[in-house]
Structures are given as C-alpha cells and as structure tokens.
Design a protein around this ligand. Structure first.
Ligand SMILES: Cc1ncc(COP(=O)(O)O)c(C=O)c1O
Length: 263
C-alpha cells in the first residue's frame, strides 16, 4: 500500500503539477481589473476563468488551492489580513440574536470585533476561562449559542483545549466550531480533520513568513459554508492583491522547513 503524500511533498507537488514543459515554479504574476475576452459570450463562460480581477487571478487562485490542500479543505477563501479572516466567518455565518462563545484568552482584536462591531449588530458574546476542558466549555452552550470560537493554543497564554472533543460536542448541539489555527499554520494541526467547521489562519505569520505581507485564509469543508463565505467576500468587495498572493505562495513552499526552525 502506498502512503498518501505528506504536506511537505504536496506543497512542492502543487508547484510542479502546473502544466508541462519548461515553466516557472509559481504562476507568473498577473495584475488586472477588467480582463479582455475575444467574444462577448465568452464573458458568461465560467470555464474560461474570471472576467474581473476581484474574482482572483492566477496567484490568488494558486495560493487558495494550495492552502485548501494543506488544510484538507473543500474551499479556502483569502482575506486581506489575519484579522479579516477571523471576522469573515462571523460576518458570514451569524445573525442578530446569535451568541458566540469564545476563550477569554482570544486574540485581542478578535475579541474587540465581537464586543464592538458584532455586539452593535445584535450578536452577543460570552468568554470562558481559557483553562476549561472541552466538556466544561460545551456545558456553557446556551440556546442562542451559534458558534464557538477556539484558539488552541490560545493567544499569548497558550492554553490548549481538546479540539476534536469540543468540535464533536458543538456539532451535536448544532453549534458551529471555528478555530484560529495561526499557530499551527495548517501544517502542525489540521482542524478540519478533527471535526472543526472552520479553520482560520493569519497567513501574515508563518505562511508568508518574511514579515512583508498581511493576509488571512478561511478554510471549510462544507460546501454550504463555502458558499456563505464566498457570498460575504463578494458582497463586501474584499480583495487580496496578486502581488501579496504571489509572495505568500512563495513563502508557502518553504513553510515546513521554517516551521521546524520556529518550533
Ligand atoms: C492568533 C492570531 N490570529 C490573528 C492575527 C491577525 O493577523 P493580522 O495581523 O494579519 O491581522 C494574529 C496577529 O497577531 C494572531 O496572532
């Protein structure tokens, strides 16, 4: 039986699989707003790719595909910063009257988004002791709890929670689980394999890896969640530049080597 290729192999394979013959490792950098079509009817043919830069050109598409492969996702959506990647699922999936349960050790700006922006729009939040075991966290779910926002390890104080157990308990109660997976970079831990609904990471940190890019990524397996995220990005008009996506893709190829040094 052959073993499926590991992350290190797949991060290289996704570069070399593109096309045949002599070619660059990463897609050439394309910049564009309106794209040219030969015939008017081509603009309606989805098989011919994007018609406008907001839909993402070659670098953004290659990066999103490589991150989706890394996270074991059906879809990865890029966001203009790590914080935007945390806020995207909250914007896309929550409605007035819903409640979010999150660790008290949550990344500060994520907490501020919940207590300032979301609270003003009718979504409430509660924060639990970061040291609680998963069953105790799930014991705090109330009738309005719609999403549990997890960090494991938590920002700065590094408390850990049993993600598979918490995700399973949440699913059983109809509560969505979203995890900020920045510390693991989609490499040391794949939350979607362990039952989480949404895996978020600040690409800014380990994936981009050279302190010259701000970006985030949101990964999901459920096509309905993917559709909700896609619609939110489309409605909000968010965009990640092809230059930044190209830099992040270049960083991604050496992520395993750098993560070993970080660790
Ligand atoms: C755990 C975590 N999540 C999200 C972010 C936000 O990333 P960005 O700075 O790209 O907005 C950070 C940044 O420090 C972080 O540490």
């Amino acid at each position: 039986m052959t073993r499926p290729p590991g992350s290190r192999t797949r991060l290289i394979a996704s570069a070399t699989a593109r096309g045949r013959g002599r070619r660059t490792v990463n897609p050439p950098l394309e910049r564009g707003s309106t794209l040219l079509s030969d015939r008017a009817e081509d603009m309606r043919d989805d098989n011919l790719g994007p018609v406008y830069g907001l839909e993402g050109l070659a670098p953004q598409r290659a990066l999103a595909a490589a991150l989706a492969d890394l996270e074991g996702a059906h879809r990865t959506v890029l966001a203009p910063s790590g914080l935007a990647a945390v806020t995207l699922p909250l914007l896309a999936l929550l409605r007035p009257g819903d409640e979010v349960l999150a660790t008290d050790a949550l990344y500060g700006p994520s907490r501020r988004f919940l207590t300032r922006f979301m609270a003003a729009r009718g979504v409430t939040s509660r924060f639990h002791d970061p040291g609680l075991k998963a069953a105790r966290v799930a014991g705090l779910f109330g009738p309005e709890t719609r999403l549990v926002l997890v960090e494991s390890p938590a920002s700065l104080t590094f408390e850990m929670v049993d993600v598979p157990e918490l995700a399973a308990l949440a699913r059983a109660r109809g509560v969505l689980s979203a995890i900020d997976n920045t510390w693991a970079a989609g490499l040391a831990f794949r939350p979607l394999d362990h039952g989480a609904d949404v895996s978020v990471q600040a690409v800014t940190k380990y994936v981009a890896g050279h302190s010259d890019v701000l970006m985030g990524a949101v990964s999901v397996r459920d096509p309905a969640l993917a559709r909700a995220l896609d619609h939110a990005v489309e409605d909000l008009g968010w965009h990640v530049s092809p230059d930044d996506a190209w830099l992040a893709l270049r960083g991604l190829r050496t992520l395993p080597i750098r993560m070993a040094a970080h660790a």
